[in-house]
Write a protein that binds this ligand. Structure first.
Ligand SMILES: Cc1cc2nc3c(=O)[nH]c(=O)nc-3n(C[C@H](O)[C@H](O)[C@H](O)COP(=O)(O)OP(=O)(O)OC[C@H]3O[C@@H](n4cnc5c(N)ncnc54)[C@H](O)[C@@H]3O)c2cc1C
Length: 290
């Protein structure tokens, strides 16, 4: 069975969206240039254009076709680190503020999409964090207490509740409702399109920035075609490839996957709901399987 398709699900589901021309001449006197047209570049452009700046986006691929069109579209306030693990490194007030800011962002994103009239099939849905083993169960039990005490609504599901409600076999899980799923590709391209039409944003795709230099308080970007872009400010929203703009190597890219299944047949559902958190899931596979 070939499990790899290389086709981003959102493009198959909702179709290819708007793209833009390749840069064909050098640019001078740019206010703000944003490298990257993924969801980070789109939201940066939204904030800056709304504040009255003229922005230019350059992207080496077609619009929003980096990890934004490959991702699962799970909008969740939880970080990769639990609140308890953050508390080991930072003051309590700071940790709570970080989680609150992330939770607010879930709702701000919905507001941005409403303000720009982007229909990207936003679907509010609960988020599960599953404990695979006994230690994981202890961790999520402690996390639940900490987060409840900090004012976050988080509930604990035991193994039988998890099996009954979701058909998932695991030690337990936490569940909250401050989350959603969207088509991230349609969200990013929709926000970009809104500002291009409003006249505050120009986009050049298939334009690869190879070099970033500073000179007399300006930034000079050079493309792989030898064209230059001279700007007052540059925002790097280059996603997993942003490392090339840092002075030293801080990361090594391996790979990650998202898989999508057909909706499961009723007979295969153990509880009343489909197995999984919807029909998409991101898998971060151990090294031997990559
Ligand atoms: C399989 C998978 C599943 C994921 N699932 C989720 C999820 O469910 N929820 C979630 O929040 N996050 C998820 N993520 C993380 C997700 O990728 C980010 O949340 C988000 O899409 C990143 O957007 P971005 O705009 O920062 O980066 P990207 O979408 O990668 O955009 C960066 C852009 O910069 C451009 N670029 C890079 N270098 C250059 C250059 N030198 N010159 C010009 N352009 C350049 C790229 O072409 C690209 O379009 C997932 C990631 C993967 C890989």
């Amino acid at each position: 069975m070939d499990l790899k398709s290389g086709n981003p699900w959102w493009v198959l589901k909702n179709g290819l969206q708007q793209d833009y021309p390749k840069l064909s001449h050098s640019l001078t006197n740019q206010d703000v240039v944003i490298i990257g047209s993924g969801i980070s570049g789109a939201l940066t452009a939204h904030a800056l254009c709304t504040a009255g700046f003229k922005c230019t986006i350059v992207d080496r691929r077609i619009a929003s076709s980096g990890s934004t069109w490959a991702n699962t579209g799970h909008i969740n306030y939880e970080l990769d680190s639990s609140m308890n693990s953050l508390l080991k490194r930072y003051p309590e007030e700071f940790c709570i503020d970080v989680f609150k800011a992330c939770k607010d962002a879930v709702y701000s994103l919905q507001q941005v999409l409403a303000d720009t009239g982007v229909d990207c099939a936003i679907n509010p849905c609960p988020s599960l964090y599953i404990a695979a083993d006994k230690k994981g169960l202890r961790d999520i039990e402690e996390e639940c207490i900490t987060r409840n005490n900090a004012g976050f609504a988080l509930e604990l599901l035991n193994d039988s509740q998890l099996l009954l409600e979701y058909g998932i076999v695991a030690k337990g899980a936490t569940r909250h409702y401050d989350s959603a799923q969207i088509d991230p590709y349609k969200a990013a391209t929709g926000i970009l399109d809104y500002h291009v039409k409003a006249g505050n944003l120009t986009i050049y795709t298939r334009t690869h920035i190879e070099k970033l230099e500073h000179e007399n308080g300006k930034v000079i970007l050079t493309t792989d075609d030898g064209l230059t872009i001279n700007a007052k400010h540059v925002v790097c929203a280059a996603g997993y490839e942003a490392g090339m703009f840092l002075p030293k190597k801080v990361m090594q890219l391996t790979s990650s996957f998202a898989f999508v299944s057909e909706p499961l047949d009723d007979k295969l559902r153990l509880g009343g709901r489909p197995v999984g958190l919807g029909h998409c899931a991101a898998l971060f596979l151990p090294k031997q399987y990559r």
